[in-house]
Ligand binder design. Structure first.
Ligand code: ADP
Length: 265
C-alpha cells in the first residue's frame, strides 16, 4: 500500500473500510427497511474539555432513520463537538451515544472503523489529496480494503455520476472549483452507501448559488434513505428547506423543531 494512502486513512479514518457496496440507493433503502432502532440517540451527553469548557451540557436527542437534521447555533455553541461525537472523533465526559443500534460511548478503538463503515463525513475544508486525481480521491477508502481495480472503477464511477462529476474523474483537485471539490468530497462520502451522512458547514466556503447546488445533492442523497445531520450557518437554505432544525446554544438544545427555521434566539 502507498505510504501516502496508509497515512491518510489512518489519520482521517473517514471511510468505510470493508463494505464492498458501491453507492447504491437500493442497498441503502434495503438496509433501512431492516432498521427498527433509532438511527442516533444521545442520552444526557455532556462534554467538558480539560480546560473546563463545557462544550455540551446534558444533551438528549433522538434522530430517526431517514431524518434530515440541520444543527444550528452561534459559533462556540458546540455543533462541531456534537458531530465529532457521532463519528467517535471525541467521546462524552458523561452520558451515552448510540449509533445504528450500538453504544459507541465505550466502544474500543479497534471497533471504530466498523462504526465508520456506515458513516459518510463531509467537512468544510475539503481535505482532498492534491496530487491525486478526483477518481483516486474517491477511491482511497476502497483501495484500503483491497477491492479489485474493476470494482473500484465501477463504484467510483457511480459515486461521481451521483454528484455530476464523472467527466472530471482524471482531473486534480486544484483544477476544480470549490463547489466541484466539495462534490468530490460528497462522492467520497457516499461511495460506501452510508446509512448516516454527517456534515459540518459543507457550504461554508461556497457562494450562494453553488451552496444551493450542493444542498440539492444532500437532499437527493437523503431522499434515497441516508440520514443526514448538517451543522450550518446558512440561514437562507435552512429557512427555505424547512427540515428538522435542532438549535444549540452554550452546549444545550434550545430548540428541536420539525419544519423549522434558522432562528435560535
Ligand atoms: P461550534 O462548532 O458550535 O462553533 P465547537 O463545538 O467547536 O462549537 O466548540 C464548543 C466550545 O468548546 C467552544 O467554547 C470551543 O472553544 C470549545 N472547544 C472546542 N474544542 C475544544 C478543545 N479541544 N479544547 C478546549 N475547548 C474546546
Amino acid at each position: 500500500m502507498l505510504p501516502e494512502l496508509a497515512n491518510f486513512c489512518l489519520q482521517n479514518s473517514l471511510f468505510a473500510i470493508n463494505d464492498y457496496n458501491c453507492y447504491n440507493p437500493t442497498k441503502v433503502l434495503n438496509r433501512l427497511a431492516k432498521h427498527t432502532d433509532n438511527m442516533i440517540e444521545l442520552q444526557s451527553v455532556t462534554r467538558i474539555f480539560p480546560n473546563g469548557v463545557r462544550a455540551l451540557n446534558n444533551i438528549s436527542l433522538i434522530i430517526n432513520p431517514g431524518d434530515f437534521v440541520f444543527l444550528v447555533g452561534p459559533s462556540g455553541a458546540g455543533k462541531s463537538t456534537f458531530l465529532r461525537m457521532l463519528f467517535r472523533e471525541d467521546t462524552p465526559t458523561e452520558g451515552k451515544i448510540i449509533v445504528d443500534g450500538k453504544d459507541i460511548t465505550l466502544m474500543p478503538e479497534s471497533r471504530v472503523p466498523y462504526l465508520r463503515r456506515n458513516l459518510g463525513i463531509v467537512l468544510q475544508d475539503f481535505q482532498l489529496l492534491k496530487r491525486r486525481t478526483v477518481a483516486e480521491n474517491v477511491a482511497f477508502g476502497l483501495r484500503v480494503i483491497g477491492a479489485s481495480a474493476a470494482e473500484i472503477s465501477n463504484r467510483v464511477q457511480e459515486a461521481l455520476e451521483q454528484v455530476g462529476l464523472s467527466h472530471k474523474r482524471r482531473m486534480f483537485p486544484t483544477e476544480l472549483s470549490g463547489g466541484e471539490q466539495q462534490r468530490v468530497c460528497i462522492a467520497r462520502a457516499i461511495v460506501n452507501n452510508p446509512l448516516i451522512l454527517i456534515t459540518d458547514e459543507p457550504t461554508g466556503n461556497l457562494d450562494p448559488m453553488i451552496s444551493q447546488e450542493i444542498m440539492q445533492l444532500f437532499l437527493e442523497i437523503n431522499s434515497r434513505g441516508t440520514t443526514i445531520i448538517m451543522a450550518t450557518h446558512n440561514h437562507n437554505l435552512v429557512n427555505k428547506l424547512r427540515k428538522r432544525v435542532v438549535a444549540l446554544v452554550d452546549g444545550q438544545i434550545i430548540k428541536d423543531e420539525l419544519g423549522g427555521t434558522y432562528a435560535y434566539e
